[in-house]
Design a protein around this ligand. Sequence first.
Ligand SMILES: [Zn+2]
Length: 343
Amino acid sequence: MNTDFITRLPKAELHLHLEGSVDPLTLSQLSEKHHTPFPWASNRYKPLPDSNRTLTVAEAAALYNYTDFTGFLMAFKGVTERLRDPEDYELITYRMVEKLAAEGCVHAEVFVSVGVVFWRGQEFDPLFEGMERGRRRAERDFGTTLYWIFDAVRNFGAEEGEKVLAKAMEHQGQNVIGIGIGGDERVAPPEMFEQVYARAARAGLRLSVHAGETVGAASIRGALDSLKAERLGHALHVDEEPALLERLIREQVPLELCISSNLRTSCCPELAAHPLRRYFDAGLLVTLNTDDPEMFQTTLVREYGLAEDAFGFTNEELQQLAANSFRASWLPEERKCELLKLL
Ligand SMILES: [Zn+2]
């Protein structure tokens, strides 16, 4: 892997969850600060057995050792239950951007699970102020810009999605660019969110949809037809349906691919089976992303390295992937042009 070349390559990260950027050291520090079980507003969720004490760094790292999608969702909960006050959010935002900048990432569009904050019965606005403080400070210190995408977390349903949308509209203009639905695709198909997405589009918010991660091509069609998705997260299984593949090539819908994530959650059985190379050669607009870098023990540099080592991407092709990340971003056109010139 040509680490130097990849690190120096200016690029954008378009599929990254704030909560998935929390490294074991930070998680251990957070658990030291909040070592009583979280006062859950809902009794649907029982805290993890070890949620009432400080985690060592090794224990925090062990939380990230799982082998399937359900294990991943449990680790995600293990992190979010230790995120409680504005300072926590400021800290994790700052540290996330610091790491991105060190990898040559000049712009990021980051999901924050607003749906989870509501579910816990927390007030969102003070937490968002913390995130914004972290963003401003990191932008000043490292130069990497950041937009927020408010994620409704699909398993909580459309009604909760409406509340997340209302919050996104309230903060539109404060670096909130769009909405998303992450979470468990198996229990919440895209069609459930048709009204939420239609309203978001009318409000001028941009639309990202996790589709084709744990469910097949039908979910991607649903995201395009019902939700008018502008970007698709994961988008595995596209080439199971030739008509869908043709459509995505024709419309150049950006795909947010996340190789390590798909391997760790077993959504993709093995590296050689990942569609990155097939998609790229077919002419799809693909981008490389980390999803939840700490939880999947990866970095953006490593994802580009996988493209090189496992799929034979040349330096020119890696540069093409970086250019795609700028084209697929929701930055203003003139900023996109400036960034493309860097390449
Ligand atoms: Zn994701």
